[in-house]
Design a protein around this ligand. Structure first.
Ligand SMILES: NC(=O)c1ccc[n+]([C@@H]2O[C@H](COP(=O)([O-])OP(=O)(O)OC[C@H]3O[C@@H](n4cnc5c(N)ncnc54)[C@H](OP(=O)(O)O)[C@@H]3O)[C@@H](O)[C@H]2O)c1
Length: 291
């Protein structure tokens, strides 16, 4: 628990992780950022307040663990600049916190003898205070060099987080899953509201009406898992309802029909796995969808 930590990137995640790791006893010995102002702002939240600055390599030299918490598009560049300025050394652990990028973007640190990895908190943070509240206890996805993953595991567990470890090459699939569960879910709710708008229900009223249904579905997914939680016409094998949907959507919102039919296919797959959708009913639904 005594390894010294330096943070590079004093934004939401960088500041929150510095505050939380200091709380559980890690010495935070430096905070660097693109601008001195952000680094100073983050340093002010810590007690004792660490050194801060806008030349990361000057600070990273002093740490045994370097957490690069810049925006995704700056991670590789920041890492390369630190490597060039001799800010990394043999045996240091260098981690980034991006969900979409693999640890291999830190290869310039590895060339200097560091061990590289990533630890992605599977959570969404709107601001620093919210990140301080919710980062601890998050699920962290870890990948990278064995010793770097061990360090990331130690950090995540000390933040009362839970961990899952993946292979570096599986990072895009891991991230796509998160995008589906979070971002695509948002688009699906938006699609529902567009259907309501098409029949004269405004977005605000539509969302208010849908929220109990959405929350009920989330509760069922959490309690039962998505397969057992499936209800509705496809789970019951009611092909006529799907036929009526397709006719109506084709008239009112034809541009959304391909998405609706793709989602019907996915729903059929879940219904079959649930066992309440008979294979013959599934066939009828798929025939309707294929037109
Ligand atoms: N926010 C989330 O919901 C969330 C969730 C999971 C993971 N993450 C990951 O966390 C990382 C940071 O995201 P964030 O939301 O905390 O971003 P953010 O609030 O925008 O902060 C990014 C910080 O990076 C600094 N920075 C940019 N370029 C830099 C450079 N070349 N050298 C040093 N510092 C630099 C910026 O500094 P200045 O302020 O000085 O310009 C900024 O403070 C990303 O990898 C992101 O994928 C974010």
């Amino acid at each position: 628990m005594t390894r010294e930590i330096v943070i590079v990137g004093a934004g939401k995640v960088g500041t929150a992780i510095a505050v939380l790791l200091q709380r559980v006893g890690y010495p935070i010995v430096g905070i660097a950022s693109r601008t001195r102002e952000s680094a100073a702002e983050a340093a002010k939240r810590l007690d004792p307040s660490p050194e801060f600055g806008d030349v990361p390599a000057e600070l990273t030299r002093k740490g045994e663990i370097v957490l690069i918490t810049t925006r995704d598009d700056a991670i590789e560049m920041a890492c390369n600049a630190i490597a060039e300025d001799r800010g990394f050394h043999e045996g240091q652990v260098v981690l980034h916190v991006s969900g979409s990028l693999p640890s291999t973007i830190l290869s310039s640190a590895k060339e200097k003898g560091a061990l590289i990895g990533s630890m992605h908190p599977l959570q969404s943070f709107a601001d620093v205070d919210m990140a301080i509240k919710t980062l601890g206890g998050s699920f962290f996805c870890l990948e990278g060099d064995k010793e770097a993953v061990e360090t990331a595991n130690e950090l995540a567990l000390s933040l009362k987080g839970q961990v899952m470890t993946i292979e570096t090459e599986d990072k895009p699939i891991y991230h796509a899953a998160a995008v589906i569960a979070s971002n695509f879910f948002v688009s699906i709710i938006d699609m529902s509201l567009r259907f309501y708008e098409a029949i004269g229900i405004d977005r605000e009223g539509g969302l208010k009406a849908l929220m109990p249904l959405i929350k009920g579905s989330l509760n069922n997914i959490e309690a039962l898992g998505p397969v057992k939680a499936l209800t509705g016409p496809i789970a019951r094998g009611d092909a006529r309802v799907i036929w009526k949907h397709i006719q109506a959507i084709g008239r009112a919102l034809p541009e959304l029909l391909p998405i609706y039919t793709a989602l019907v296919r996915l729903n059929v797959d879940v219904g079959l796995r649930k066992g309440t959708l008979a294979p013959e009913a599934a066939e009828r639904i798929l025939e309707i969808v294929e037109g």
